[in-house]
Design a protein. Structure first.
Length: 290
C-alpha cells in the first residue's frame, strides 16, 4: 500500500507535469528533445502477459507527436525487486510509443538514491542506468518569486532540504514554499503547507518561528496585496483581516468563536497568532491558549 509521503510526492508531478522534464533538464542535466507539451499518460505498462507492471507515473513530451516518454518512480526505501522491473517499465513503454524513454527515480533519502543509481546488469554486457534525483540534487528554492512561479518545485525543495544541517537555509526554503502555497487554491494550499511543515527538522521549525514577516521583502502580487491592504485598512483591522485570511487558507473558514477571538485581539496577539500559524498543526494550536 503506497504511503502518504509516496502519494504526496507523486501529487507534485501530477499537479505540475512540467516538473518532471524540468528536473531532468536542470537538476540532472539531461538533454531533452524539442517539445511543446507535457502530458500525463497511462501508467499501465503490462503486455499481454500474466505479470502486471504498473509504474507510479508516466509523462509524455510532445511536439505534435510524442518525442520522449518519462517513467517517474517515487522510491522511499531499498527494494531489490525494483531493479528487475524498472527496465521492464522503460522497454514496454518504448515499445508502445516507439520513441525514446527514460526512467526518473525520485527519493527523499540519500542512501536510497545511492542504491538506485547503480547500473543494473541486464546480462551479456548490457546495462541499464536509472536517472536518480535524491535530496542533494533538488534545487534549493529560497527566492519567493521563483517559488511562486513554480510552487511544486518549491515544495519539493522544502521536502528535500527540510532536514539539512543548515537549518537557517532550510527555514528560508520552507518560508518561500509556504508563501507560494498561499496563492494557490485552498486544497493545494493546505496540502502543500502541511507537506512543508512535516518535512522540517525541529531546529528548522524553531528558526521558522523566529522569522519576522514584517522584515520579509514580499515580491509576489499576492503577498504585496495583503500587506498593502493591511496598511490601508489601519494597523489593527488590517492585521486582523490578514490573519483571518491566512488562517482560512491554512485550516478552512474559521468558526464564529475564532473570528470573535481575532476581532478582540491586540496587535501583539495577532502577531503571535501569525507566528504560530507557520508551524501549527491545528487551528486551535495557531490561535493559542485563550
Amino acid at each position: 500500500m503506497p504511503s502518504q509521503l509516496h502519494e504526496a510526492l507523486l501529487l507534485l508531478f501530477r499537479n505540475r507535469p512540467e516538473l518532471a522534464p524540468e528536473l531532468l533538464r536542470d537538476a540532472l542535466r539531461v538533454t531533452l528533445p524539442p517539445y511543446t507539451e507535457v502530458r500525463i499518460d497511462s501508467a499501465d505498462l503490462t503486455e499481454v502477459q500474466p505479470a502486471e507492471y504498473r509504474a507510479d507515473l508516466v509523462m509524455l513530451l510532445l511536439n505534435g507527436v510524442p518525442v520522449l516518454g518519462i517513467v517517474v518512480e517515487v522510491q522511499l526505501s531499498l527494494d531489490t525487486r525494483k531493479r528487475f522491473v524498472w527496465p521492464v517499465y522503460v522497454v514496454n513503454l518504448r515499445a508502445r510509443l516507439e520513441v525514446p524513454v527514460c526512467l526518473l527515480v525520485v527519493t527523499p533519502v540519500e542512501a536510497t538514491a545511492r542504491w538506485a543509481v547503480k547500473p543494473i546488469d541486464l546480462g551479456g554486457g548490457n546495462r541499464f542506468i536509472p536517472l536518480v534525483l535524491g535530496p542533494s540534487g533538488v534545487p534549493e528554492v529560497t527566492d519567493e518569486r521563483q517559488a511562486q512561479n513554480d510552487p511544486e518545485l518549491a515544495v519539493l525543495s522544502a521536502m528535500a532540504h527540510g532536514q539539512d544541517a543548515d537549518y537557517g537555509k532550510a527555514a528560508q526554503i520552507a518560508l518561500a514554499a509556504q508563501i507560494a502555497s498561499f496563492g494557490l487554491d485552498e486544497d493545494r494550499s493546505r496540502l502543500y503547507f502541511d507537506l512543508v511543515l512535516a518535512s522540517l527538522s525541529e531546529a528548522a521549525r524553531r528558526e521558522l518561528r523566529t522569522m519576522d514577516p514584517a522584515k520579509y521583502e514580499y515580491q509576489s502580487e499576492f503577498a504585496k496585496r495583503y500587506v498593502a491592504q493591511g496598511k490601508a485598512e489601519g494597523e489593527l483591522r488590517g492585521r486582523a483581516n490578514l490573519v483571518t485570511r491566512l488562517l482560512a487558507l491554512r485550516f478552512g473558514p474559521p468558526p464564529p468563536e475564532a473570528l470573535a477571538l481575532i476581532a478582540a485581539a491586540s496587535i501583539e496577539e495577532l502577531d503571535a497568532i501569525g507566528e504560530r500559524l507557520l508551524t501549527a498543526q491545528t487551528l486551535q494550536e495557531a490561535l493559542g491558549p485563550h
